[in-house]
Design a protein around this ligand. Structure first.
Ligand SMILES: Cc1ncc(COP(=O)(O)O)c(C=O)c1O
Length: 473
């Protein structure tokens, strides 16, 4: 297939050139009615913000330009089917779990997966069975052993699917090939949340993609590590263990019936970009990053701060003395105008992409040099560790019943042992520590209080002077 083509983007431009009368939604009429101050910034995108008219096709029943754009994406990402998503990877994960599980059926998932996997299970009424998860001393995930997956499948042979995250936010990659082989030996589909791996497989120094390694479904946030607009993702699928038509049916229920053309066209263009220029752009970036990492390691300056880069070279994590949290480092960096992707209790994560320039890297190098000098003067606080993720904790009250029960808000500090009604999730990274219907363990409570006190953001907690949590009455 000719990867130089961009059928959806081209259809949009043809439409703009041909149209002499816009008598359809959206009401801004390609930017003619819009806030004066905003116009200057939004003008070019508003021109493209059209709807299902003329030859612009329909995401939910694609037959023309969108179908062709998705087929080009399947070829580029070496999948059998590709669906464009306008609700992020979240939408693809929800639709896939709803496709796999009917109420009461089992699904094997990582306990430390993204909240969207839990949301999918809640919506499907599926029973979660957890793969154990382990972390090193910096809170970095340790890949799941394929033997563990084997044991879980033996224990839960009726499971309708296995869902794993690869890579993790910090760039840790799972052994997808072996896990896929184990799943397939039992006729169980493997779904990979590959939100952070849309660039995989496009350069020999990058890990292979999940689809290349045999996953049945992989959902990628094209907007995260590739070049499409925020909220645009792709779902790739292959083989007979999943039914793409059924996944599409669920997507029609989950996603808007008015999907955004700027988002979809940006997926078309992101695919053209990675398929035609990706390797050379990634090569340039990887050389620049080698240089940058070499300067940090060989140069005389990084003493106090360690630099971790697990499997994905486009991620870089800083860790300092356990008494200095990631929040404190990120706060200091923000004051220098440097904004990292996320900070947690121990680390700060930087994300690079071919959009990263050499001059930005050399500025980062200078700032890290200063951070390394100044960090020894940061106030030291008692270190705090990620609580264990109990894989045996089952909800004490099922989600369905929970919604009907009376609730009350109480101060977080006095909530140990209470049954929480909402998912409690430090965000980012968006991995829930407590699920609705579970008891709030003392260890988790202390961790949450520490995160909030040090400036972290926790969803599911009402923050004010006294953080509060909703529990069952
Ligand atoms: C591991 C993981 N999976 C899924 C998602 C959801 O992706 P999206 O924001 O594209 O919906 C995220 C978002 O941060 C994530 O980190």
């Amino acid at each position: 297939m000719d990867q130089m083509k961009a059928p959806l983007f081209d259809a949009l431009i043809r439409h703009i050139n041909r149209s002499t009368g816009n008598f359809h939604v959206p009401g801004h009429k390609q930017g003619q009615a819009f806030d004066d101050a905003g116009k200057k910034w939004f003008a070019s995108v508003l021109q493209l913000d059209l709807t299902e008219v003329g030859e612009l096709d329909d995401l939910h029943h694609p037959q023309g330009a969108i179908l062709e754009a998705q087929q080009l994406a399947s070829a580029a990402f070496r999948a059998e089917h590709t669906l464009f998503l306008v609700g992020g990877t979240t939408a693809g994960i929800l639709a896939t779990i709803l496709h796999l599980c009917r109420p009461g059926e089992e699904i094997i998932i990582q306990r430390n997966c993204h909240q969207s996997v839990f949301h999918g299970c809640m919506m499907a009424g599926a029973k979660q069975r957890y793969l154990p998860c382990e972390f090193d001393q910096n809170g970095m995930e340790i890949p799941i052993s394929p033997d563990t997956v084997q044991q879980m499948i033996r224990q839960y042979p009726q499971a309708k699917g296995v869902v794993i995250t690869s890579p993790s936010y910090f760039g840790v990659v799972q052994n997808v090939r072996e896990i896929a082989e184990i799943c397939h030996a039992h006729q169980i589909p493997l779904v990979v949340d590959e939100a952070h791996g849309a660039h995989f497989g496009f350069h020999p120094r990058l890990p292979l993609s999940a689809i290349d390694q045999g996953a049945d479904v992989s959902i990628q946030s094209t907007h995260k590590l590739l070049t499409s607009m925020t909220m645009s993702s792709m779902l790739h699928a292959q083989g007979e263990r999943v039914n793409i038509a059924d996944i599409m049916r669920w997507l029609r229920m989950i996603e808007s019936s008015s999907p955004s053309y700027p988002l979809m066209a940006s997926l078309d263009l992101a695919r053209r970009w990675i398929a035609t220029k990706g390797k050379e752009e990634l090569e340039r970036l990887l050389i620049a990053l080698d240089h940058f990492r070499g300067n940090i390691k060989n140069g005389s300056f990084i003493h106090e701060v360690s630099v971790l880069s697990p499997h994905d070279p486009l991620k870089l994590t800083l860790v300092a003395d356990p008494g200095v949290s990631g929040y404190a480092m990120a706060d200091w960096l923000n004051k220098q105008g440097i904004y990292a992707e996320l900070a947690d209790h121990r680390k700060v994560l930087f994300v690079f992409s071919p959009g990263t320039t050499e001059s930005e890297l050399s500025r980062l190098e200078q700032v890290l040099r200063r951070l390394d000098r100044e960090i020894s003067h940061f106030p030291k606080e008692p270190s705090f560790n990620l609580p264990s993720f109990s894989i045996h904790t089952q909800a004490k009250v099922e989600f369905d019943e929970l919604r009907r029960r009376k609730r009350r808000w109480i101060p977080l500090a006095s909530a140990a042992g209470e049954i929480v009604t909402e998912m409690i999730t430090p965000y980012p990274p968006g991995i829930p520590l407590v699920l609705p219907g579970e008891e709030l363990r003392e260890e988790v409570l202390h961790f949450l209080c520490d995160v909030i006190r040090r400036g972290g953001n926790v969803r599911g907690i009402r923050s004010s002077d006294t953080p509060a949590v909703e529990v069952l009455l």
